[in-house]
Structure formats: structure tokens, C-alpha cells
Design a protein around this ligand. Structure first.
Ligand code: ISL
Length: 549
């Protein structure tokens, strides 16, 4: 398969636990994915990013890996995985693995042997004495835990930026680098096309000194995108990825434009692109657990800033860590399909590599959870506990979960209107949303005005029209409701214009010369008024042929 990973790729992310269960145990699996490949292929995507499928005790649903070279039995076998790679390839789809190398599981053999006293493996992790009868430092933890846990029955502690079952690796030890190279080659030899690198910009800890006190993450100035991290990425690129022509997208937490530029600068040979977070944070107050109304104009500004600031990057609005994007628009109720299609239009006409998250293509919404007992995510459960300790009223605690929990993205994929949405014949591991009765693949894909039909149309347009793939980006209008931008290639342009609210809005004068409708998320034509969440792709009449349309 010859895909120019940067320009031609449209990625579909699968969260395997929640995608399709083939054996009735209530958990999705690889055979389930294979059985649904035709649906994925029908969208026109050419890559699948698989969230982790490795052996794991599932403290963090697979992001705690106990064996990097074996498949979690619940998900199937290595043979199943090889079949998946083959079957995907037969449909011109490449597989991207999730590479989680900031930490392992505490049940990984390396950590077990470290605990058993083998010094070699103790040096794989970050293990320190306490200071003045306390912890080794004052750092914070991503999951609202204490980042230091007693190392076995010694007086020492090990560092974990995530759960206590996710000990951080010691990247100063060259043996760790060698192990990871070997793991990467193992999967590349199986035919995967690249990696999504989990929290890759935190792997290198410059010092373990106390950090500046911060409400967000105390200590992060000592490990965010440090030179040591750049250096490791460069080694992995040159020695492992390049010989295979493989691709990487880095998940880079708290990344700013300048750091993102360094990490993706082709001359530096590190990552191909990164997932940035600023557009995911426009509706938050200090931390993601406190959300306010999403103000469209703020979103537009951040999108424009990143479009202009980087030559090329990953674009996304959903993944397994984020609430469903359409559910963030407080006035989208009653306009679900239009809003889902507007997001599709935006995603697929920005410059960069688009990532679609499972269920986004049919307009799935946040989960309809009723109480904390239904929430499985470790991060949500921890934050709920912490908020209780801080005496937050129960209603506020629940509101935090209902606005932000990662489980909103993880509810089982809605295939049809039957019990459990066709996801499993058993008991689903996480509550299926009751709205599967009308939001599901079976219904949406036969609807010519369905969300998935619009995704297909937009993906097809990207493939046929160089202006959408390679064209420059220019913001034309950022209003209280309406966003418009231009993609131009060899003097010919396409314009995306959309209303990000439920109130009708005037077409801005900046798009007036573009009278030819190329695509629209409403079935019937309309005049100069943009209806709720309306998206239009426009061109000049005289340019239609030259644009490849
Ligand atoms: O969602 C987040 C930020 O908005 C964080 O909760 C998230 O933990 C962070 O983005 C890092 O995410 C990645 O690493 C975690 C794992 O739990 C996430 O699922 C993964 O995407 C630890 O491996």
C-alpha cells in the first residue's frame, strides 16, 4: 500500500473494548472488529488506530500494559490480530498501534522482577527514597492520585504520573530504549503502518525536584517536552521507523504551538504530527472537570491559531478520552444530525490528517449514565472520590462527571436498535446508551441524509480535490455564530462556512463570491441564511472544473 501518510490518510480510531463483541462476553474483541471492517471501509478511511490490545490487567483499560508482545485474551489471539492486519490491508486500510511507553503495568514482568529484587529491572523504573520523612517530591498526578507509591516493602517509592498500577519507565536507562525499539520492530514486522504514541512528551524527566505549585499539575515543568524526549524520538525515528517507512502521531499533553512545531519539524525527524489539546480546552475553567458553555468564537480562534501555526498536523474532535463533541454544544439538542455533520464538514475540510472516532460517524452522543456506579473509568472514579473528600456537594460531583467523563466516549458502539445495540449478546461492560433505538449504524447508513452519508461524501471530496488535501488555510470570518475559512491550491479555492449555533445566522459577506454549493449538511437549498449548525462547502462557479469537482 502506498499511502502518503501525511496527506492522504483519514484515520478511524477504534476503542476495542467498546466496538464489537464477537463472543458474548460483553467486551469488544478483534474478531468483532474484523466482522465490521466493511462498515469502516465504506466510509473511505485508509487507516485504523487501535487503542491498546495488549495483555493488561485493565486498570486503565489497556493503557497499563503487562506484555507488549501478546494480545489480551479477552480481545483474541495473535492469529486474530494477524487476520485483522491482512483483512484490513485487503481493504486498503493500514493498522496503527497504540504505543504506551511512558509507563508499563505494575504486572509487567519488568516490574515484577524489580519488586523481586533484581537490580537490573529496578533501574527500568523511577524509584526513590522519600525526603525528610515525606514523599520524594511534591508532584501532582494525572489521575488525581499521589504519584508516589511504596515500592514493595522497602522504604522507597516508585513514580507514576498515572494510576499506581502504571509505574513510569526510566528513560535514562539505555536498556529501556533498546526494549522499546525491539517492541516496535515486533509490530512493524507484523505489518502495522505506524504508532500513536501515548503521552509521549512526558517520558523524559529532567529532574525529580519539587515543582512550582500549580492547580493543574505540579511538577510538569520538569518533564513536558524536554530535550531528552526530543532525543529519544529522533533515535526511534532514525533507527526504527524510517527503515520501515512507518508513521507516528504523538499524543502530546499540554503542548503549545512552539513545542508542537519542534516535535513535528520534518528536519528534526521526530514525530509526523501531534494531537494538541487547546481546542478541547476552550470550554474548561482551569481544569477539564470544570466546564462552562462552549463559546463558538473561542473554538474558531484556537482552530485558526493551530491551522496557521503549523504546516501540517493531526485534526480531531473526539477520541476515547473526550466527551462526544456534539454534546458540548449546549444548544445542539434537536439538531443532533446537523451538528454531527457540521463537525464532519469542519474536520474533513481543515488542513491536516483527520481522525474520526468510532461512533462519531453516526452522531453518537454522551452516555446516559445515572449514577457513579455506572461509571467504570478510573480517572472519573478517582476525581469523584477526591471531590467527595473536598466536600463538593453530590450534585456538583455528578455534574463534573456528566460533563467530562471519558466514559462518554466509551459507551458501546451502536450498531442497531436491538437490545445492547447489536454490540454484544452478553452483558455489556459499560452501559449502552438508550438512544441506540434511533442512533445506530443500521438506521443511519440507509438514510441518504444520514450522518455517515455526509462523512462519506466529505471523505470522498478530500480524496478528489487537491485544494482540500494540500490547499493553504486562510480564516475568512470568525463571528459569534459563523466560522468561514478558505482552502486554496494553485489559485483555486474552496470555502467552508458553518453556523456553530442553533440560531439562524447570516452568511458573512466574506464568502459572497462563492456561489456554487459543493456540499451541504441540509438536504434542501437555502438562501443567505445559515440554518442551525448548517455547514456549506462553496466554490466559485468558474472554478468547479479546475478544482477536480
Ligand atoms: O483526557 C485527558 C486530558 O484531557 C487525560 O485524562 C488523559 O489521561 C491524557 O490525555 C493522557 O491520555 C493517554 O494516556 C493515559 C490513558 O489513560 C489515556 O486513555 C490515553 O489516551 C495513560 O496511559
Amino acid at each position: 500500500m502506498t499511502v502518503n501518510y501525511k496527506k492522504d490518510m483519514v484515520v478511524y480510531q477504534i476503542y476495542p473494548r467498546s466496538f464489537m463483541d464477537s463472543d458474548g462476553d460483553g467486551v469488544g474483541d478483534i474478531r468483532g472488529i474484523i466482522s465490521r471492517l466493511d462498515h469502516i471501509a465504506s466510509l473511505g478511511v485508509n487507516a485504523i488506530w487501535l487503542s491498546p490490545v495488549y495483555v493488561s490487567p485493565n486498570d486503565d483499560n489497556g493503557y497499563d500494559i503487562a506484555d507488549y508482545k501478546a494480545i489480551q485474551p479477552q480481545f483474541g489471539t495473535m492469529e486474530d490480530f494477524e487476520t485483522l492486519v491482512r483483512e484490513a490491508k485487503a481493504r486498503s486500510i493500514g493498522i496503527i498501534m497504540d504505543l504506551v511507553i511512558n509507563h508499563t503495568s505494575d504486572e509487567h514482568e519488568w516490574f515484577r522482577r524489580a519488586l523481586a529484587g533484581e537490580e537490573k529491572y529496578q533501574d527500568y523504573y523511577i524509584i526513590r527514597e522519600g525526603k525528610d520523612g515525606g514523599l520524594p517530591n511534591n508532584w501532582g498526578n494525572f489521575f488525581a492520585e499521589c504519584p508516589w507509591t511504596k515500592f514493595g516493602d522497602t522504604d522507597k517509592y516508585y513514580l507514576h504520573l498515572f494510576s499506581k498500577k502504571q509505574p513510569d519507565l526510566n528513560w535514562r536507562n539505555p536498556a529501556v530504549l533498546e526494549e522499546v525499539k525491539d517492541i516496535m520492530r515486533f509490530w512493524l514486522d507484523k505489518g502495522v503502518i505506524g504508532f500513536r504514541c501515548d503521552v509521549i512528551n512526558v517520558i523524559w524527566k529532567d529532574t525529580l525536584d519539587d515543582g512550582k505549585k500549580s492547580l493543574v499539575l505540579t511538577g510538569s515543568e520538569h518533564y513536558l517536552s524536554k530535550d531528552g524526549c526530543h532525543n529519544i524520538l529522533n533515535i526511534l525515528r532514525r533507527e526504527v521507523l524510517d527503515p520501515y517507512g512507518a508513521f507516528t502521531v504523538g499524543e502530546t499533553v499540554f503542548v503549545d504551538l512552539e513545542k508542537a512545531r519542534d516535535l513535528t519539524d520534518p528536519a528534526r525527524k521526530e514525530l509526523d504530527m501531534v494531537f494538541s489539546f487547546e481546542h478541547m480546552e476552550v470550554d474548561q475553567v482551569i481544569v477539564k472537570w470544570f466546564k462552562t458553555r462552549l463559546v463558538p468564537q473561542k473554538l474558531m480562534r484556537v482552530i485558526t491559531k493551530w491551522q496557521q501555526g503549523l504546516d501540517w498536523n493531526a485534526t480531531y474532535f473526539e477520541n476515547h478520552d473526550q466527551p462526544r463533541f456534539l454534546s458540548r454544544f449546549s444548544d445542539a439538542k434537536g439538531h443532533r444530525k446537523e451538528c454531527a455533520k457540521m463537525i464532519a464538514g469542519l474536520l474533513l475540510t481543515l488542513r491536516g490528517t483527520p481522525y474520526i472516532y468510532e461512533g462519531q460517524e453516526i452522531g453518537m452522543t454522551n452516555g446516559d449514565f445515572e449514577n457513579i456506579g455506572e461509571i467504570m473509568d478510573i480517572e472519573s472514579r478517582n476525581i469523584y472520590k477526591l471531590a467527595k473528600k473536598l466536600h463538593f456537594p453530590r450534585a456538583l460531583r455528578w455534574k463534573m462527571i456528566m460533563r467530562t467523563s471519558r466514559d462518554h466516549a466509551r459507551t458501546p458502539m451502536q450498531w442497531d436498535w436491538s437490545e445492547n445495540a447489536g454490540f454484544t449478546t452478553g452483558r455489556p461492560w459499560l452501559k449502552v446508551n438508550a438512544n441506540h433505538e434511533y442512533i445506530n449504524v443500521k438506521r443511519d447508513t440507509v438514510d441518504k441524509n444520514g450522518v455517515s452519508a455526509f462523512f462519506k461524501q466529505m471523505i470522498h471530496l478530500r480524496k478528489t480535490c487537491p485544494a482540500l488535501l494540500e490547499g493553504s488555510f486562510e480564516s475568512l470570518f470568525e463571528g459569534r455564530q459563523v466560522y468561514a475559512f478558505k482552502r486554496e491550491y494553485e489559485g483555486k479555492a474552496l470555502v467552508s462556512v458553518m453556523n456553530m449555533t442553533a440560531k439562524p445566522a447570516k452568511l458573512p459577506q466574506q464568502v459572497m463570491g462563492y456561489t456554487q454549493m459543493v456540499a451541504c449538511n441540509y438536504a434542501e437549498e437555502a438562501g443567505d441564511t445559515l440554518r442551525p449548525f448548517e455547514f456549506r462547502l462553496l466554490a466559485k462557479r468558474s472554478d468547479i472544473n479546475a478544482l477536480g469537482l
